[in-house]
Design a protein around this ligand. Structure first.
Ligand code: ATP
Ligand code: MG
Length: 450
């Protein structure tokens, strides 16, 4: 009762008193013309109808840091229905908490109505809609701009840019933290991590992507709370893993995860891989190539990347099955299926990636066959390029001879005569002869060439 009164008197007051610092252009340096046209138009249209519209989140943070933003999010006091009416090409998405997608050309701006954290109308801690670990079960309450800032995760993600005035509204010192390159949780870190354990993964991702230092108070609870990730739906963890791996800073991200003890909850495969020197070299090479491709704006395929993360396990099973007497090709197919099945309980890589991962893996033994028509046929395979890139990673990590990778690099570019001269004696398994259709009554038992 007393707590309730105290919370009523002081809790509300302190929240209400918590205003934003409004920073002029000189203090942050973000000019209106640095926004993309669509985000600018959304904010202007909202303002022209008497609403408030701010660019918020990652875009403001990235502009402050001089990085090109990945996408633009807008926060507003207009309801989703009001937003939808203002933009012809827009649609409301989401059921539990609605947001509006506004389309301009090929771009989409996500417009979100200010919302509160769920604790808005709960006066006492135990009235908040959380599970027994403190996980927030609902955050679908509209709020004002201060509430909206308080429910965001890190100070640097709670900055609101007003394009009309070229001002940044900073509720928690995010601009100063950006300058100091510190990632700091808003509010009490333990409570906020319990509310949503995925914020721990986000901390690792942002620290790696921005090359920020995690504030010690923010970092402290992570080691203890990491196991809470096991309560998060697998699909959400997978989305976060994908963001980390495709951030352009995957190598640093993976090491950050491991340093924080978070990899068990996100990429449980990492422990065994990184403990083995060849595995570590292989994954390091794979992550570096992905980061380099993203830095050059080249497409990076998630299936390729997950194929590399799972390869050390596939390889281990493949070798074990061969040691147990299985022939190489069937052993590889068995190993692939076993590993794919096992990872579904851990990381839940969606099945849509299975096809490409399997093709890349299945082509690996074919690189060993450098005689007859085989290399020519392999060159024609639609997945040759991905499988060859994969082979180069294996060569780089020392799993196969570097010479094998070099051979294929040369063979691709060589002319006809040079190619013919490069061919090795044809030692691979004979191609399987087409099975003759048997007449009814004939006995089975196909002889397999040794
Ligand atoms: P990125 O550049 O990776 O997109 P971002 O900061 O824009 O980074 P998003 O996942 O797009 O990240 O989220 C947009 C904003 O929504 C964040 O900046 C943050 O303010 C808020 N947000 C997202 N996820 C959470 C979360 N789990 N808890 C609290 N706030 C969140
Ligand atoms: Mg974003």
């Amino acid at each position: 009762m007393i707590r309730r009164i105290i919370s009523k008197v002081f809790g509300r007051k302190s929240r209400a008193a918590h205003g934003a610092q409004i920073l002029p252009l000189a203090a942050h340096g973000i000019r209106r013309d640095q926004l993309d046209d669509c985000a600018l138009k959304v904010c202007e249209t909202l303002a022209a109808s008497g609403f408030r519209g701010y660019v918020v989140g990652g875009a403001v943070r990235d502009l402050l840091l001089g990085k090109p933003p990945k996408d633009f999010d807008v926060a507003t006091d207009a309801t989703p229905e009001e937003v939808r009416k203002l933009f012809r090409r827009s649609r409301i998405i989401g059921r539990r908490f609605q947001i509006v997608h506004v389309m301009c050309g090929r771009e989409t701006i996500e417009v979100t109505t200010f919302r509160a954290n769920g604790q808005k109308e709960a006066e006492e801690e135990d009235e908040r809609p959380t599970d027994e670990h403190g996980r927030l079960l609902s955050d679908n309450v509209f709020g004002n701009m201060a509430d909206d800032a308080a429910r965001r995760d890190f100070t640097i993600n709670a900055l609101y840019y007003d394009p009309a005035r070229e001002e940044v509204h900073d509720y928690f010192g995010g601009v100063a933290d950006c300058k100091k390159r510190v990632l700091r949780m808003i509010g009490d870190p333990e409570t906020r991590f319990r509310e949503d354990p995925v914020r721990m993964l986000r901390a690792a991702r942002f620290a790696a992507k921005l090359d920020f230092h995690i504030d010690p108070d923010t970092r402290r609870p992570v080691a203890t709370l990491a196991p809470l990730l096991s309560n998060i739906p697998r699909a959400r963890i997978f989305d976060e893993a994908l963001k980390l791996l495709m951030s352009g800073h995957a190598l640093r991200g993976v090491h950050q995860l491991r340093a924080e003890g978070l990899h068990h909850g996100m990429l449980p495969l990492l422990d065994t891989i990184l403990d083995d020197p060849t595995g570590e070299r292989f994954i390091t090479a794979a992550l570096k190539t992905t980061d380099a491709r993203i830095a050059q704006d080249k497409p990076a395929s998630p299936a390729f990347l997950f194929g590399t993360l799972l390869w050390p396990q596939v390889l281990q099973r493949w070798r074990a099955l061969q040691a147990a007497g299985e022939k190489p090709q069937p052993a590889l197919f068995l190993a692939m299926d076993e590993v794919l099945d096992a990872q579904r309980n851990q990381l839940a890589i969606p099945r849509r990636y299975d096809g490409m991962m399997k093709e890349i893996w299945a082509l690996q033994p074919r690189f060993e066959q450098r005689g007859g028509q085989r290399p020519y046929r392999l060159l024609e395979h639609p997945r040759f390029r991905a499988a060859y890139d994969f082979l180069l990673l294996r060569a780089e990590s020392g799993e196969v001879e570097a010479e094998l990778g070099d051979w294929w690099t040369r063979f691709q570019d060589a002319g006809d005569d040079e190619r013919a001269a490069m061919l090795r004696p044809d030692t691979g398994p004979k191609p399987r002869r087409k099975r003759k259709r048997r007449k009814p009554g004939e006995s089975g038992g196909e002889a397999q060439p040794a």
